[in-house]
Ligand binder design. Structure first.
Ligand SMILES: Nc1ncnc2c1ncn2[C@@H]1O[C@H](COP(=O)(O)OP(=O)(O)O)[C@@H](O)[C@H]1O
Ligand SMILES: [Mg+2]
Length: 280
């Protein structure tokens, strides 16, 4: 059985100035232990689609149609009680920009503690051990538990966000632009961390990015969005060798070695600090 199947997902924003269709007819599948890259320029609807999956759209957002089948159950048709048992526990998300929105006057450990208390039902006496375990998973020394966000580097703050998202051992982890605010060396470390965690816990992961280089290096499947719609979807090699949509072709033109775009992209990420191609 497929871990996650999204069908015909359509989302609108209803605002004072009118109705805006941000996502239209999105379809994709995610298998356990696999990585899906969701790529597209800024404003194409990536975050909206992921927030709709989580049923965390802002006030103006409306899910017009679709289904989100996680482990055989439709998230979009769950009661709030069922949703409470599923969100964060079965499907979890690292929000875009969240690492820069940590509360500056509270220690990182206390913010992880809150995530555990809200979403997990472990006995209170075990919470401290749990925080240390989560920090260990993401490669942060446990002594940092009592430090404040400004004492963390950007990469460490993102690691802390990932720790929070892992608090309930989700089956699906969504990471929305997990490396956007980070420099290239740290980007690679965070992507390696996500990849290692995926191997260890065997969850399915969705990486949302506008960086095609990251997709080439880390993803099994690619979904390209343009203007709220899916314009390309398939295995990594298939997309790089047989692009159907002009938008994807334009993306790939940034990479000269078209015979071997994957290696070309990977080498760019590894060795050329400024060459990671952005399509923002
Ligand atoms: N709360 C909102 N109200 C109205 N429009 C919104 C809201 N959030 C996002 N949008 C619009 O929806 C579109 C998709 O945004 P978003 O999903 O954030 O794109 P992406 O994550 O790909 O950059 C954009 O045109 C954006 O302006
Ligand atoms: Mg976004």
């Amino acid at each position: 059985m497929m871990l996650l199947s999204v069908r015909n997902l359509t989302v609108e924003y209803h605002t004072d100035t009118g109705i805006y269709r941000a996502v239209e007819g999105l379809n994709f599948d995610l298998e356990q232990g696999k990585t899906l890259g969701l790529v597209g320029e800024s404003g194409c609807g990536k975050t909206t689609a992921m927030m709709a999956l989580m049923r965390l759209l802002p006030e103006a957002g409306r899910i017009i149609s679709g289904s989100v089948i996680l482990d055989g159950r439709d998230l979009l048709r769950m009661s709030l009680a069922e949703l409470r048992e599923t969100r964060w526990k079965d499907i979890s998300m690292v929000f875009q920009g969240a690492m820069n929105a940590l509360n500056p006057v509270r220690t990182v450990g206390s913010q992880i503690r809150e995530a555990i208390r809200l979403h997990n039902s472990i006995p209170k006496g075990q919470t401290e051990k749990e925080i240390e375990k989560l920090l260990d998973y993401v490669g942060v020394a446990k002594s940092y538990k009592d430090r404040y966000p400004h004492q963390f580097s950007g990469g460490m703050r993102q690691r802390a966000m990932i720790a929070m998202a892992l608090a309930c051992q989700p089956k699906v982890l969504i990471a929305d632009e997990p490396t956007t605010a980070l420099d290239v060396m740290v980007q690679a470390q965070i992507m390696d961390l996500l990849s290692d965690l995926k191997s260890e816990f065997n969850f399915g992961i969705i990486i949302v990015t506008h960086d095609l280089g990251l997709i080439a290096e880390y993803c099994d499947k690619v979904l390209v969005m343009y203007g709220g719609r899916m314009v390309e979807y398939g295995d990594l090699n298939q997309i790089f060798h047989h692009t159907a949509h002009p938008y994807t072709q334009r993306l790939l033109q940034a990479f000269p070695d078209i015979e071997n775009p994957k290696a070309e992209l990977a080498s760019r990420i590894g060795f050329h600090p400024r060459a990671s191609t952005s399509i923002k």
